[in-house]
Design a protein around this ligand. Structure first.
Ligand SMILES: Cc1cc2nc3c(=O)[nH]c(=O)nc-3n(C[C@H](O)[C@H](O)[C@H](O)COP(=O)(O)OP(=O)(O)OC[C@H]3O[C@@H](n4cnc5c(N)ncnc54)[C@H](O)[C@@H]3O)c2cc1C
Ligand code: FES
Length: 256
């Protein structure tokens, strides 16, 4: 069940240019957090901005960690939060990943990387063999933390500044990486090509869709995606990412 909670900022660090790493003390949300879920953060600055969805990067006993990129007014405001500040959050939101036993391949692109850290930690704790493929335009962040958690890490960058020069799908093909289950989060175009590859290789893939949201609580249709539905007249249903997602089975998503 979702709750509104007043979270206290325990730390705010700049991870790299425009990327911030905040730890929030929020015992109620932390107690129910699952890997792949997100929280809604209210930019309470007197301006009537809607809450912004940000994925849960790590879960502590009473804390949630978020890692985000500054792209507009809301995230700019969050980047200025200081230790001891309070911020209103709604959480935990969405369904998260359905963690399976067996080997796991985690594939993240850019700001889709953070939710995979808690996912990797939980899978490793459950005894899974975890390989992580992280894709960035240039440079990287969080990769050392995946290694510390016990995952085998591969990095792909568009400019070749770190690791493989190219995209994550090309890296997966060139290293012939396979797993019992693939979990992913990143830009839709990356998810689409990963879905095609996983289908060819018969690997089940769960994708987290970070669509633009408005209300964030299922009350508008600001975040719909087309999902297969045999009961619908045309075979498709419009599902809400904030309520029915953000994680879906890749074979059910309309990638057109
Ligand atoms: C389920 C979910 C989880 C998310 N997790 C994270 C996360 O862990 N870290 C992170 O940095 N971001 C994450 N996002 C994206 C984040 O919510 C947006 O970047 C943020 O809401 C932008 O708010 P803003 O006020 O700063 O920018 P705005 O002023 O609202 O927008 C600035 C620009 O960013 C674009 N934009 C806004 N939202 C999105 C989006 N969802 N996808 C692509 N472009 C967008 C707008 O089109 C615009 O061009 C997530 C989104 C969803 C739906
Ligand atoms: S953002 Fe309003 S329904 Fe999802």
């Amino acid at each position: 069940m979702k709750k509104t909670e007043t979270a206290v900022v325990l730390s705010n660090n700049k991870l790299s240019e425009g990327i911030y790493d905040i730890v929030l003390e929020c015992p109620e949300c932390a107690a129910m957090a699952k890997a792949g879920q997100f929280i809604e953060i209210y930019p309470d600055n007197g301006v009537n901005l809607l809450a912004r969805p940000i994925s849960i990067c790590e879960v502590g006993e009473k804390t949630l960690r978020i890692v985000f990129q500054v792209v507009g007014k809301g995230t700019e405001l969050f980047s200025g939060l200081m230790e001891g500040d309070s911020v209103r959050i709604l959480g935990t939101c969405g369904n998260g990943y359905d963690l399976k036993s067996g080997s796991a391949l985690l594939v993240g692109g850019g700001i889709g990387v953070p939710p995979l850290l808690e996912t990797a930690k939980r899978l490793i704790a459950a005894g899974s063999d975890v390989t992580v493929v992280l894709g960035f335009r240039s440079g990287s962040f969080l990769s050392e933390e995946f290694k510390k958690a016990g995952a085998k890490v591969y990095i792909a960058t568009d400019d070749g500044s770190v690791g493989f020069k190219g995209n994550v799908v090309d890296l997966i093909k060139s290293e012939d990486l396979t797993a019992d289950t693939v979990y992913s989060c990143g830009p839709k175009i990356m998810l689409k090509f990963l879905a095609l590859h996983c289908e060819e290789r018969n690997m089940p893939l769960q994708v987290s869709m970070e669509e633009r949201m408005a209300c964030g609580i299922g009350a508008c249709v600001g975040c719909v995606v087309k999902i297969k539905d045999e009961t619908a007249a045309d075979g498709w249903a419009h599902k809400k990412v904030c309520k029915d997602g953000p994680v879906f089975d890749s074979k059910e998503v309309c990638w057109e």
